[in-house]
Write a protein that binds this ligand. Structure first.
Ligand SMILES: [Zn+2]
Ligand SMILES: [Zn+2]
Length: 303
């Protein structure tokens, strides 16, 4: 399992790789633009080339992921917001392609009382439109995957259950089938999972969560894990990340989950507040490695 962190991309995405290297990260996640503004921050050809080169030459960082803009809501019943979301998602996709990102991770959105089914249909159609727009610049074969992230389950958010995520993959793929080549997968956020009421506080509970994931979504779809502890309790439906080991999940449970062999091929990305509240630092990555190796020991002794 590769372990890394979300990092600032101020000064261009190549800078983020530099920062990640200093932290000892093996994967890095960045925003393609300011996450709370619609206007895209264009990544120049020069910046994109520098990023690709930095990624090739880095001895520690193997992959870069992008987190989509928070404002995007492809499930919105409001036409104007939907349209803006499609355009923004398309520019996120273009940014991903230009820097050879492995995945665009995004929160599926909120149906705002229009109903879950209407929301799922809207998201699938929105992604298909964005893929069509982005393909005008990059062709029909996408290198980046689109990864649906599970949510903490607040309000009308979509993606709080494995069933939601499976449906999103299925519906989007069926619209795009035969027209474009782009992979869809899942990013599981450990804090959102906990907040959405999924309990993994013992080895047997971890086994049953993983079995459920496999039967509903399929383990092959799991590409990334957002590794975060939780400031709020199990089932509280709020998105509040805590540093590893000091939240309501705790180091032992996080270790059990991520060290399960079913998660081996997924990349692990920290989004914790960090020691200074400014995001993950080297010490958080060290801690994640320790949690992971302690988890491995538990599984080894169990078998
Ligand atoms: Zn996350
Ligand atoms: Zn979160």
């Amino acid at each position: 399992m590769l372990i890394g962190a979300h990092t600032s991309s101020a000064g261009g995405p190549a800078k983020a790789i530099e920062r990640a290297e200093k932290m000892g990260a093996q994967v890095v996640q960045v925003f393609t633009q300011s996450p709370r503004a619609w206007r895209p921050t264009p990544i120049s050809d020069d910046q994109a080339a520098k990023c690709r080169l930095a990624l090739c030459e880095s001895e520690t960082v193997e992959r870069i992921y992008c987190h989509a803009t928070y404002l995007i809501n492809l499930a919105s019943p409001e036409k104007e917001l939907f349209k803006r979301s499609v355009e923004c998602f398309a520019s996120n996709l273009l940014a991903c392609e230009s820097i050879t990102s492995s995945g665009l991770i995004f929160h599926p959105g909120s149906h705002r009382a229009s109903g879950l089914q209407a929301g799922l249909v809207s998201i699938a159609q929105g992604i298909a439109s964005a893929v069509e727009i982005a393909s005008r610049d990059f062709g029909k074969n996408f290198r980046t995957s689109v990864l649906f992230e599970n949510t903490a389950g607040a309000g009308d958010t979509i993606g709080r259950t494995f069933e939601d995520l499976a449906q999103l993959i299925e519906r989007t793929e069926s619209i795009l089938a035969g027209k474009y080549s782009i992979n869809f997968g899942v990013c599981i956020d450990t804090q959102h999972l906990w907040a959405s009421g999924i309990d993994y506080s013992s080895a047997s509970k971890v086994e049953s969560v993983i079995a459920q994931f496999d039967s509903v979504i399929g383990l092959g779809r799991l590409k990334a894990i957002h590794l975060n502890d939780s400031k709020v309790a199990l089932g509280s439906n709020r998105d509040r990340h805590a540093n590893l080991g000091v939240g309501s999940i705790g180091a032992d449970c996080l270790g059990l989950l991520i060290a399960h062999n079913a998660f081996n091929a997924a990349d692990c990305i920290l989004e914790v507040p960090g020691p200074n509240g400014k995001g993950p630092e080297a010490i958080d990555i060290e801690q994640a490695r320790k949690i992971y190796s302690d988890g491995l020991k538990v599984w080894e002794s169990n078998h």
